[in-house]
Design a protein around this ligand. Structure first.
Ligand SMILES: Cc1cc2nc3c(=O)[nH]c(=O)nc-3n(C[C@H](O)[C@H](O)[C@H](O)COP(=O)(O)OP(=O)(O)OC[C@H]3O[C@@H](n4cnc5c(N)ncnc54)[C@H](O)[C@@H]3O)c2cc1C
Ligand SMILES: NC(=O)c1ccc[n+]([C@@H]2O[C@H](COP(=O)([O-])OP(=O)(O)OC[C@H]3O[C@@H](n4cnc5c(N)ncnc54)[C@H](O)[C@@H]3O)[C@@H](O)[C@H]2O)c1
Length: 472
């Protein structure tokens, strides 16, 4: 057994772990990185990258069916599903070098392709290595949660870890779970020619503003996706030509393929966390606001930290941990300024509080500013007028923003800057956005917040009247 001593040992080579390792080694720390699967973790191999690449293929196919709105003849897309998957894996291959073992070794990280598990509060083992580190960072991510639905073990089903490898187009894909994974993959498969049914136990896109989520769901339904809400999948069975998902009240959904997308389970089992005095719960590693576990030497970042589960959050967590472990500076992970986006068409983006949450938290002090994409000239030229923004404002400062529409995922970034820095609506109103861009929507919604104060205000009218009298 080889013994290694280092400043920082990172367990997991996904979005969070790689960000910690790259930052720490380039600032002078000695770093060991453990990864027992593929470098790049979920986002690169089974998550964000393949899903967005599949969505891009679906968007191309869908555009062909609606081109006549622009005076260009509609065409029925000829989809070669295997070639679509070649495109998906081509995109992964193009990004993979950035996350590769070679790149990290080139930066000076010692990369070990083994499972790390703790043997004491300051040591862990990984294969033939025993590693003693001043600080450990757990970045082991999450895996698809597969609930114990009767019959599921007797049929072939897919998760995000296997669906992208499927090279034949499903004739009818049943998706259990109407969260972001379910909705994104349902729309992409439908646009690539599959029949699709989504079964959602409660409300699809349930973490988002219900009115805005409804706009996305209406679009999916208009494209032919069947969405059944308020129905838990109770049992699964095999039929002559595929799979049946049994719902309450005797309702059955028949399909050829089944995708389970009902949430995530934190990867803690392999860690032997108890041997290091690290507390865990159902959400993952129990951490404080500094992302420190019950063992003060050990931090957790990304999906396993039991907070929001997004790649940009894993990257943000990495910065919080680097500040503390390298420089000994205090740093806390906040959530208010973290956006999330569902990459459906139209896109759905949220930051901070939804309208309902803002009203519960701030009562009558909340003001809502709204703006519709139909009033944006670029949205008109693109025929992308289905969309809205609303900003929840308390004492002149935004506490939440919801956006549905084209480029919502790009539009939301500005609001992260605004909320992170405690800026006011006046700062957004004061910016100049190029015309004609969809990003003018952000300025216009700030204008909508101020317009009743300016245009429906008798004092303003009186002052203007007086000034006009005295101006030369
Ligand atoms: C289908 C899908 C689409 C998504 N789309 C988006 C998106 O568009 N935008 C977004 O922001 N987020 C998206 N996400 C979420 C995003 O993928 C995750 O939030 C992100 O990957 C979390 O990064 P992480 O570093 O915490 O974990 P991971 O990327 O999962 O990395 C953890 C790594 O740790 C390794 N590991 C685990 N245990 C051990 C051990 N004991 N020893 C050694 N190695 C270990 C694993 O093999 C893995 O490689 C998506 C997720 C899915 C499933
Ligand atoms: N665009 C993005 O950023 C993106 C995309 C995909 C995933 N992700 C991340 O991955 C996480 C997991 O996504 P997800 O969609 O798997 O989970 P989720 O928890 O967001 O949604 C799962 C849905 O499944 C439903 N469900 C659970 N059991 C059910 C059953 N038996 N029958 C029917 N419905 C059932 C739940 O009510 C819920 O709405 C997300 O929360 C997000 O953090 C992000």
């Amino acid at each position: 057994m080889e013994k290694i001593e280092c400043d920082i040992c990172v367990i997991g080579g996904g979005s969070g772990g790689l960000s910690v390792a790259a930052g720490a080694v380039q600032m002078g720390a000695s770093v060991v990185l453990l990864e027992h699967g593929k470098m790049g973790g979920d986002c690169l191999n089974y998550g964000c990258v393949p899903s967005k690449a599949l969505i891009a293929a679906g968007r191309r196919a869908h555009a062909m069916t609606g081109a006549n709105r622009y005076g260009v003849a509609n065409m029925e897309p000829q989809v070669d599903f295997g070639a679509v998957k070649d495109h998906v894996f081509g995109v992964i291959d193009a990004i993979a070098p950035v996350d590769s073992q070679e790149r990290f070794e080139g930066l000076g990280v010692r990369v070990i392709r083994e499972t790390g598990h703790f043997i004491s509060d300051s040591e862990l083992e990984a294969g033939d290595f025993r590693i003693k580190a001043r600080r450990f960072v757990i970045a082991t991510g999450s895996s698809p949660f597969v609930p114990p639905i009767p019959g599921l073990g007797d049929v072939e089903y897919y998760t995000n870890e296997t669906i992208f490898e499927l090279r034949e187009r499903p004739s009818h894909l049943i998706v259990v779970g109407g969260g972001p994974i379910g909705v994104e993959l349902a729309q992409a498969h439908r646009r690539l020619g599959s029949e699709v049914t989504v079964i959602e136990g409660v409300r699809a896109l349930g973490k988002d503003d219900p009115d805005f989520a409804a706009i996305v769901l209406d679009q999916l339904r208009a494209e032919g996706v069947e969405i059944i809400e308020g129905a838990q999948a109770e049992r699964v069975s095999r039929s002559d030509d595929g799979i049946v998902v049994h719902l309450p009240e005797g309702r059955d959904v028949h399909g050829s393929h089944l995708l389970m997308a009902v949430g995530r389970r934190a990867n803690v089992d392999s860690l032997d966390a108890d041997k290091a005095g690290i507390d865990t719960n159902r959400a993952g590693i129990v951490v404080d606001d500094r992302l420190r576990s019950s063992n003060r030497r050990v931090y957790a970042v990304g999906d396993v930290a039991g907070r929001m589960q997004f790649t940009h959050v894993a990257g943000y967590h990495a910065g919080i941990v680097i500040r503390q472990t390298l420089f000994g500076l205090p740093a806390k992970a906040k959530q208010d300024h973290i956006p999330w986006v569902t990459y459906s068409d139209p896109e759905l983006a949220q930051i901070g509080l939804t309208e309902d949450q803002a009203r519960t938290e701030h009562g009558d002090r909340v003001e809502i500013a709204r703006f519709d994409f139909a009033e944006n000239d670029r949205a008109q030229t693109e025929r992308a007028t289905v969309g809205r923004i609303k900003v929840m404002v308390v004492k002149g400062r935004p506490v939440g923003v919801s956006i549905v529409g084209k480029n919502a995922g790009e539009l939301i970034s500005l609001w992260s800057l605004v909320i992170a820095n405690g800026m006011k609506m006046s700062a957004v109103a004061g910016m100049v956005a190029p015309y004609p861009t969809i990003s003018e929507i952000n300025k216009r919604v700030a204008g909508a917040y101020f317009s009743p104060r300016l245009f429906d205000n008798p004092t303003v009218k009186r002052v203007v009247g007086l000034v006009q009298k005295v101006l030369p």
